[in-house]
Write a protein that binds this ligand. Sequence first.
Ligand code: SAM
Length: 236
Amino acid sequence: MGMSGQLFIVPTPIGNLEDITLRAINTLKSVDLILAEDTRTSSFLLKHLQIDKPLRSYHQHNEHKILEEIISDLNAGKNIALVSDAGTPGISDPGFLLIRQAISADIKVTSLPGPTAFVPALVNSGLPCNEFSFYGFLPQKKGRLTKLKALALEEKTFVLYESPFRLVKLLEELKEHLGAERQASVSRELSKMFEENKRGSLEELARFYNAKPVKGEIVVVVQGNKFKESDDGNEE
Ligand code: SAM
């Protein structure tokens, strides 16, 4: 086991290239192999960082198949980094299967701190962030209604990822299940030139984005259910 290589989970920028850490750069420079969700996307970043390393694709369609090969490379002493297209691998991105497998094979796994979209969206929402829940993308068809019903009972501030094409639909559904007055925040294009953070009730946000179709990447942060407070009418 002493001969084994290490697996490094390396977050990459979600927009602004300046958000990569010095440690992430040094780690990418030091490993023998970089696993990338999309080798084309990552080769642009690596070129920008002047890093020339072997790249291999690791994405949801081949991750089961190549898992054993990666584990044997690690066992053979190779140091390997995993990156996704943007942000932190494993967060609404491939990574979990490999991390679990590496852990059970007694391989050292190190996850570097770094960019991810949900943290700035949550903190910037102005909603309580001492406790929160992360749900990522809601299922598109099967299970969506069940999830929405569960979200209506969620007491913590919660975070969702959504595509711009479905933002209005999502806001309308949240409005229907959680009530029009529930406060929320929509963060778009975080860290990029046209970053926008829009706060308001679900009613206000649904109206705003209905009138103004948007592009770009989106995080929706929603206030938790406060039914306990309204039960006794006491905010304390
Ligand atoms: N691994 C990434 C992370 O750590 O945040 C998430 C990957 S997931 C496939 C992509 C989604 O993340 C987008 O649809 C959007 O919801 C969110 N996202 C990524 N970059 C973003 C940005 N710059 N601004 C707002 N949302 C972003």
